[in-house]
Write a protein that binds this ligand. Structure first.
Ligand code: B12
Length: 448
């Protein structure tokens, strides 16, 4: 029987940043669940809940045959540190997967400490790799795998999207889920578990990189299979409901309507929250979700400027956004919203339009982020993303820190506007002075 150690790193941010327990590592516990079904012993280090653990001590205890590390772009430097440290002490194969190795599969393999990189969904590829290592089989037959032989990097073709019904549910017993529940309760107001029950998004948003890992084809656990699992988890963890953190839970109208029907039929009285898009909001969906216990619908507003919305390819306008929020209000559905500032080419006037739309919609909570370029996205390619990311610190890759000029608004001013807008909405601060910001932008522009 093989032993596998899975690691979720956290970005090397400064000590003031509370990275704790915002969301459980669903990728890691999905892989873990699949491997366990295949009779593999799985151990997890989750640096989010256990930041001080020493990987070398854990390896000494669990003696893994293979180690897997998950990495987004912002935590790849931390991933490398962990891999380098392990290789100083042990010669155990190290596999990386997640958003960053998916996009930079070849590049990550150029690091001597990394032996294998999996692109996209990892369950099948990781399991096939563990078997190949154990039975000394060739790697070229394993779709989605990248590997090295005699110093040369080989990248196999990607496999088609995995059918969700062939997967077990994520195994929460592998992590300290209670810490996530405690953190989430403060945020959402009721004890809940975070679940992700679908994969893939047909959206073409130019700032989002999710389609690289999960593809554009929407797939989901069938409601009739899902629902007993939801009930079981709610009982086991003594929670009132679920926060579905799927990128967009309402992508398939038929599926979400069926899921709501299952919840309504069961009279389980469960509270829940999920993310959606303006162009997927219709009265029928919203009404059914409300009936099924939806407590909070998170919607990506992003911008109040139609030109910026076009740049983002969200297929919406500010007016469509107003309409979606109106429907939710009329149906008694409580909403929350995401906004972005500092997008490439964005002007001070366009940021003001976002601020005004946010004031008009007036929903809480609201998540205000500063844009940063993600590899593999249209905006990254079109606006020098590679250089921006290369020159950014981990801190600058977080959503509250500016990392680039928009063109007409310098990086420092993006930060100032963001601080002022956040202060207004989140701390009852004074109204941001956009006239003053416009003057500053002009002045800075003339100095460049
Ligand atoms: C939930 C979520 C979060 C959660 C939890 C993230 C986590 N660490 O698990 C929270 C809210 C904390 C979060 C934060 C951020 N996120 Co986020 N997040 C997501 C989201 C919506 C779902 C992720 C998920 O759990 N999916 C379900 C599981 C099953 O899929 P998975 O994690 O991809 O794992 C599979 C594969 O990737 C692979 N795999 C993963 N790890 C490994 C390891 C090995 C060894 C192997 C073999 C395979 C493998 O196999 C898994 C199973 O198939 C995705 C978008 C999406 N739909 O994918 C964005 C996404 C991953 N996030 C993204 C970003 C940018 C961020 C932030 C940087 C945002 C910010 N500016 O602050 C922060 C980073 C904080 C951090 N490092 O923890 C980007 C990543 C792009 C990139 N190149 O890095 C994504 C793709 C969204 C986007 N906008 O494009 N996020």
């Amino acid at each position: 029987m093989s032993n596998v150690l899975l690691i979720r790193p956290i970005p090397a941010l400064d000590d003031t940043q509370n990275y704790a327990t915002e969301s459980p590592p669903i990728g890691i516990i999905s892989l873990g669940a699949y491997l366990r079904v295949k009779d593999i012993n799985v151990f997890v280090i989750d640096y989010c809940t256990d930041p001080r653990v020493d990987v070398i001590d854990v390896i000494a205890q669990v003696k893994p045959d293979v180690i897997g590390i998950s990495a987004m772009t912002c935590d790849f430097p931390a991933t490398l540190n962990i891999a380098d440290r392990i290789k100083q002490h042990y010669d155990i194969p190290i596999v990386v997967g997640g958003a960053h190795p998916t996009i930079f599969q070849r590049e990550v393999l150029e690091n001597p400490s990394i032996d294998f990189a999996v692109a996209g969904e990892g369950e099948y590829a990781f399991h096939e790799l563990i078997t190949a290592l154990k039975e000394d089989k060739a790697f070229e037959e394993i779709p989605s795998l990248g590997y090295k032989q005699n110093g040369t990097v080989f990248i196999n073709d990607r496999r088609p999207p995995i059918k969700m019904n062939t997967l077990p549910f994520p195994d929460y017993s592998l992590i300290d889920n209670e810490k996530y529940i405690a953190f989430g309760e403060k945020y959402l107001g009721f004890r809940h578990i975070v679940m992700i029950i679908s994969r893939g998004c047909p959206g073409r948003c130019t700032f989002c990189a999710q389609n690289h890992t999960m593809g554009r084809q929407f797939r989901a656990f069938p409601p009739e299979r899902l629902f007993p699992e939801i009930k079981r988890l709610m009982k086991q963890y003594n929670v009132e409901g679920i926060w579905f953190k799927d990128s967009t839970l309402t992508t398939s109208k038929g599926w979400i309507m069926q899921l709501c029907d299952e919840i309504i039929k069961s009279r389980i009285n469960m509270k829940w929250s999920c993310f959606s898009r303006v162009d997927q909001i219709d009265r029928e969906i919203v009404r059914n979700m409300k009936k099924a216990g939806l407590m909070k619908l998170w919607i990506g507003v992003e911008s109040g400027s139609d030109r910026i919305l076009q740049l983002l390819k969200k297929d919406i306008t500010a007016d469509k956004t107003r309409e979606a929020f109106r429907i939710c209000k009329e149906e008694g559905v409580d909403t929350a919203a995401f906004y972005m500032f500092g997008l490439p080419t964005e002007t001070v006037e366009e940021m003001e339009a976002t601020f005004e739309l946010a004031r008009e919609l007036n929903v809480r909570p609201m998540h205000i982020a500063i844009y940063h370029p993600l590899p593999g996205t249209e905006l990254y390619d079109a606006f020098n993303g590679e250089e921006v990311v290369r020159n950014s610190t981990s801190r600058e890759m977080a959503f509250d820190t500016a990392c680039m000029s928009t063109g007409s608004v310098q990086k420092e001013l993006v930060q100032e506007i963001y601080n002022s807008v956040s202060n207004y909405f989140l701390k009852d601060g004074p109204r941001p002075d956009f006239k003053e910001f416009a003057k500053k932008a002009l002045l800075q522009g003339s100095l460049v």
